[in-house]
Design a protein around this ligand. Structure first.
Ligand code: ZN
Length: 291
C-alpha cells in the first residue's frame, strides 16, 4: 500500500541506540554509506545557489529545495559544500533539521498532543504553532523568574528549573539549545520530569557524528562565574540575542547514555534519509528520548 504513496513512507528511518549499534550497521553496509556521502557532497560542490526539485513530505506537494554552497577550507576533495542539515530549504522555508523534527512529530499519530517548544522567538516555533494546536513555547531571558511573563506576553523559563508541574507534555522539542547550557544535565532532568510517561524529548545540537563517543568541551563555567575557554569561543546566532550565544560543547554519542541515566527508558539517534524528499544526508540525526 505504501508503494502508491510518495509521502512519507518512502523515507528511510534509521535509528541507533548506541555508537556500537551504529558502527555495526556501517560495518555491514559500508558501500551504501560511501555512496550516500558521495552523492550529496558531489551535488553540493558548486559555486552558486541551486535548487533541486523534489517532494516535501510535510507540505505533501512538489517543491524546490534550495541550497547555498560555501567554500570548503578543509582538505576535502570538494571545493564547495552545502550545510545540508541547516541550509537546504523547502518552499515552506524549513531546513532539513526542522523538517526532520516535524517528521518525528508527525510519525506519532496521537491526536491533541501537548508540545513544549523551548524558545519562543523563532520561525520554526511559529510554523509549529500553525501545525499543531497545543503548543507551549517559552523564552529564556536573563534575570527572569521561571514562569514570569515578559512585557510582550511571552512566558520566560529556564530549562534547568522549569516552573511546569510534572508529567505535563507529550513532546518536548529542544533544538540547538543544550550546547549553550553549562550544566545541561539539569536540563535533561527537567525535560524528563515534565514529560508524561511515554512522552518524548526531540533534541538537536552540534553533533560530532561518526565515531565520537565523548563530547567536545569548548568552554566551562567555573564556580566563580568565570568562563574558561578550552577552544576558540564559538558563538551561535540567536533570534533573541543580537550578539549570539556561546557554545559550551558539541555532542557525541555519550548523550544517549546520559539521557538513559536521568531516567528516559530509551534514547536513540534517528536518521531520516530520502534525497527526493530533501533529506540528503546520513550525518546528522535528531535525538529522540522516550520517558
Ligand atoms: Zn515543505
Amino acid at each position: 500500500m505504501a508503494l502508491n504513496n510518495p509521502d512519507p513512507f518512502a523515507l528511510a528511518r534509521l535509528s541507533f541506540s548506541s555508537l556500537d549499534e551504529y558502527n555495526a550497521y556501517w560495518a555491514r553496509y559500508p558501500d551504501f554509506l560511501r555512496e550516500a556521502w558521495l552523492s550529496h557532497e558531489s551535488l553540493g560542490d558548486r559555486e552558486s545557489r541551486f535548487e533541486q526539485r523534489g517532494w516535501c513530505d510535510l507540505c505533501a506537494k512538489a517543491c524546490g529545495f534550495s541550497a547555498t554552497p560555501e567554500p570548503r577550507h578543509d582538505d576535502s576533495r570538494f571545493s564547495f559544500g552545502v550545510n545540508w542539515w541547516q541550509n537546504y530549504f523547502c518552499d515552506c522555508s524549513l531546513n532539513t533539521l526542522e523538517r526532520s523534527v516535524l517528521r518525528v512529530l508527525s510519525d506519532d499519530d496521537k491526536g491533541d498532543k501537548v508540545i513544549y517548544h523551548v524558545g519562543y522567538h523563532s520561525k520554526f516555533r511559529k510554523r509549529l504553532s500553525e501545525r499543531f494546536e497545543n503548543v507551549v513555547a517559552t523564552q529564556y531571558e536573563d534575570g527572569r523568574r521561571p514562569g514570569e511573563v515578559d512585557e510582550s506576553g511571552v512566558q520566560c523559563e529556564d530549562l534547568t528549573q522549569l516552573s511546569f508541574g510534572s508529567d505535563r507534555f507529550d513532546f518536548t522539542i529542544c533544538m540547538e539549545v543544550l550546547e549553550h547550557i553549562p550544566f545541561y544535565d539539569k536540563a535533561l532532568r527537567e525535560m524528563h520530569r515534565t514529560l508524561k510517561s511515554g512522552g518524548r524529548a526531540v533534541l538537536s545540537f552540534p553533533w560530532l557524528g561518526g565515531k565520537s563517543y565523548e563530547h567536545l568541551v569548548r568552554a566551562e563555567l567555573l564556580p566563580d562565574g568565570q568562563i574558561r575557554h578550552l577552544l576558540p569561543p564559538e558563538y551561535h546566532g540567536d533570534p533573541a540575542k543580537k550578539e549570539g550565544i556561546l557554545s559550551f560543547r558539541a555532542f557525541g554519542w555519550k548523550i544517549l547514555d546520559e539521557l538513559r541515566q536521568v531516567g528516559f527508558s530509551s534514547a536513540e539517534a534517528v536518521y531520516i534519509f530520502g534525497p527526493f524528499h530533501g533529506y540528503m544526508q546520513l550525518i546528522n540525526p535528531v535525538i529522540v528520548a522516550t520517558k
